[in-house]
Design a protein around this ligand. Structure first.
Ligand code: BES
Ligand code: MN
Ligand code: ZN
Length: 466
């Protein structure tokens, strides 16, 4: 099957000399100006500008060989990458970049690349893409950095794609056709999922002409040795809410309900391209939550992958059904030491934490701390929310073992994780990341553009490699 998806080619060319008409100079103060531009007037302008109000200086039509010089004076208020990204977002065309000695060049390049990201593949008018050249020492740019950028681009592209081009079947094809180097990618089709009793996941997908899939990623697994890490992600191509259909506005963002799985795929892409030799397994559940004559209903009772019966109390609480089956399957078959689920799981988490934090929910202090430290090494932030046995008990139903919603308990983000965590088999330690807020924005901030942000990729990569 043909899809319109191609992996974005991202490269930074090396340049021996300035052959760009536009140059971005990133410095901490005027002493770092390249001598070529260090005129007394410019030095004075930079030094006397009021902090932090003025930090961008634009010089046009002053030099014969350069049309536009953009000087960004970094301040200490915000991480470097965010500041470069904010400035880069205002630019277009091709660009050379020069980074002052006192600054982290990788961070500046990362900010530049993520700041200029756009998603224009669907416009029929031919688009001009941004190109960059690193003016000094191109060898500073590592494969790891370029791959990190490319992986985040991949996650963003997947989130921004329209739902009709990323349904479970098309996405399974897209994944299969990516040029994986050292990752084992297994596609489980519906018949196999039925045989393996993915009853909750299949209940969500049941309405549809498009079948459900589960994609499993394996890296460096040897028989009998439990993998260090596992990641499971929610791919709901479109979440209309099922029979308990979402109201008008609530549905408009729901092509992004696959962002958790997008971050999972992007993470495996990074591990693959950089050949990271950690034992790790991943799985994503691919479904659409629509409605139709054969749709699952409130009060249906379905059988989960691990045998528990689950009463459906809300057809719009579908993510936990998909992740619950993935959680029991992966923990049973692979017994990973730790497992992280990542999903756009609840509006409640977005209301609690806004767009800048993912909700982190775990009963295991060591794993929660590890994810917090992982986040601290990235540009992404997490905030821990509680999970306790009272919440777990709140998911117990009367005529079935569990229910997928407890309407009288509030604490929606925690309750979602409370449900999923009961499908994780001992001794796997488990944590959940709810990225409903930070995965999709209506306003850009720092390295995060509006719309798909690729959030989660950085934390997950760090979780695996740390
Ligand atoms: N995909 C949504 C959560 C969501 C909401 C993601 C807003 C991104 C932005 C999820 O499947 C959902 O519908 N959750 C419901 C749960 C409720 C029915 C218990 C919600 O949050 O309203
Ligand atoms: Mn839903
Ligand atoms: Zn959903």
């Amino acid at each position: 099957m043909k899809t319109t998806f191609t992996l974005r080619d991202f490269s930074i060319a090396s340049a021996e000399a300035f052959d760009q008409k536009q140059v971005l100079i990133v410095i901490r103060d005027s002493s770092e100006l390249p001598s070529l531009f260090a005129t007394p007037v410019l030095i004075q302008a930079i030094d006397t500008a009021k902090k932090p109000d003025q930090k961008v200086f634009i010089i046009e039509a002053q030099y014969e060989w350069i049309d536009k010089l953009i000087i960004l004076r970094i301040n200490s208020d915000e991480p470097l990458a965010h500041q470069v990204a904010e400035t880069a977002r205002t630019l277009s065309g091709s660009l050379g970049i020069f980074v002052g000695k006192s600054l982290d060049c990788d961070e500046a390049i990362f900010g530049l690349a993520l700041g200029v990201y756009t998603f224009k593949q669907y416009l029929t008018e031919p688009q001009e893409y941004f190109t960059y050249e690193l003016i000094q020492n191109p060898h500073l740019i590592s494969t790891e950095l370029l791959t990190k950028i490319q992986s985040i681009y991949l996650a963003r592209d997947l989130v921004n794609m329209p739902p009709n081009d990323k349904n479970p079947q098309k996405l399974a094809n897209i994944i299969q056709e990516l040029p994986w180097k050292n990752t084992r990618v297994k596609i489980l089709e519906t018949a196999e999922l039925e045989r393996l009793w993915f009853g909750m996941l299949l209940a969500v997908a049941k309405w549809s002409d498009i079948p459900a899939y589960v994609v499993v990623f394996e890296r460096y697994l040897t028989d009998g040795t439990p993998p260090e890490c596992a990641i499971i992600g929610k791919w709901v191509t479109f979440d209309a809410g099922g029979l308990q259909i979402k109201p008008d506005k609530g549905m408009l963002d729901m092509k992004t309900d696959m962002a958790g799985a997008a971050a999972t795929i992007a993470t495996f892409w990074y591990l693959d391209q950089c050949n990271v030799k950690k034992t790790v397994v991943g799985a994503i559940g691919l479904v659409e939550n629509l409605l139709g004559g054969s749709a699952f209903k409130p009060l249906d009772i379905v059988r989960a992958q691990n045998g528990l019966t689950v009463e459906i109390h809300h057809t719009d609480a579908e993510g936990r059904l998909v992740l619950g089956d993935l959680a029991s399957y992966i923990s049973e078959i692979y017994t990973p030491k730790t497992m992280v689920s990542i999903a756009t799981l609840t509006g409640a988490c977005m209301h609690a934490l806004g767009y800048n934090y993912a909700g982190l929910v775990s009963e295991d202090t060591a794993l929660a701390d590890r994810l917090k430290s992982a986040a601290n090494c990235t540009h992404e932030s997490v905030w821990q929310l509680p999970l306790d046995t009272f919440m777990m008990k709140g998911t117990h139903a009367t005529i079935a073992d569990r229910k997928n919603l407890t309407s009288d308990m509030m604490a929606g983000a925690s309750m979602g994780a409370a449900f999923i965590s009961q499908f994780v088999k001992n001794p796997t330690k488990y944590a959940h990341l709810d990225i409903a807020g930070p995965s999709y924005r209506n306003k850009p901030r720092g390295i995060f553009p509006s719309e798909g942000t690729g959030f989660g990729t950085e934390i997950l990569v760090e979780y695996v490699i740390s």
